[in-house]
Design a protein around this ligand. Sequence first.
Ligand code: SF4
Length: 365
Amino acid sequence: MEQRSLYDYTLTELTALLQSWGEPAFRARQLYRHLYVNLVQHPEQMTDLPLALRRRLAEIPLSTLHREHVQIGDNGMTRKALFRLPDGAVVETVLMVYPDRSTVCVSTQAGCGMGCVFCATGQLGLLRNLSSGEIVAQAIWASQELRAMGMAGQSGRVSNLVFMGMGEPFANYDRWWQAVERLHDPQGFNLGARSMTVSTVGLVKGIERLAEERLPINLAISLHAPDDALRSELMPVNRRYPIADLMAATRHYIAKTRRRVSFEYVLLQGKNDHPHQAIALARLLRRSAPRGPLLFHVNLIPWNPVPGTPLGRSEWERVTTFQQILTDYGIPCTVRVERGVEIAAACGQLAGRQFIPVNAVGNES
Ligand code: SF4
């Protein structure tokens, strides 16, 4: 049975727990503040709680993430933490700091069962789903790290959170959503819903479910190919949810939410980066878009090296040509600024192991 940490409890559950110990409800609110606002690392630091209560709280793990090491890249502005879980599984979290903001990339599963051929996590297979507390605690680590870095003007808080680390969030929907709600809670971590983005491989039922949620978090869909044959080759999930079904779910999502959807497209040399594929992608998006203003956006991602795959990274000229074609078709399109390539912290590189660079070169849009 999984070990429960303090970050696995909602405020209501913490209140019930402390009341069962004979404590008044306000103690739970104090505790919650220590966890999500003060970011304490041990109950001993909760000095406004009675000593006996602190000792009792110390019997429950604060977090079940055991940090094994942190790798640092981009002159200290990108940090990748490897955490070991009580059952021995490992997960990774990446913090990216910019002059005016910071983004944490959070994992939702240990490993991943989706098997995308270009992704290091996919090579691991699915080890297990993370608990809501294990997801939440990654954002807490990032905030603690920011504070330790003394990031002036950022108040030691992450400003953006993307669920783009290891795993497919919609394959662990219930726990993932509990984590979203806890991170958003204004009484606690207080991260705005629009500051959070979930990336899915295209699980249609998850997209439909997200359309019904009350919190307006952002949706990104991994597309990576303009046709079913190539998409099925790159992403086995396409055999279950082909492009037509995915686009129908996306239209439904936009009809319900009126929110913009991003499509992720990793560029692989000679595989999916030819100009005729850019035209096919533009046409696909044009004919799939709902009527009205275009609420689609494409994020082009130059592929990052993953050992053991026969794939290649698109030359920069091919990237810009691809982008220009989409732009000419009126599709808003950006090239993702890369971070953490030299420490294998970039998109698709998380594999729960220390990384030996393989001639990684970063590009910027
Ligand atoms: S790209 Fe995402 S969904 Fe695909 S194998 Fe990697 S972690 Fe899983």
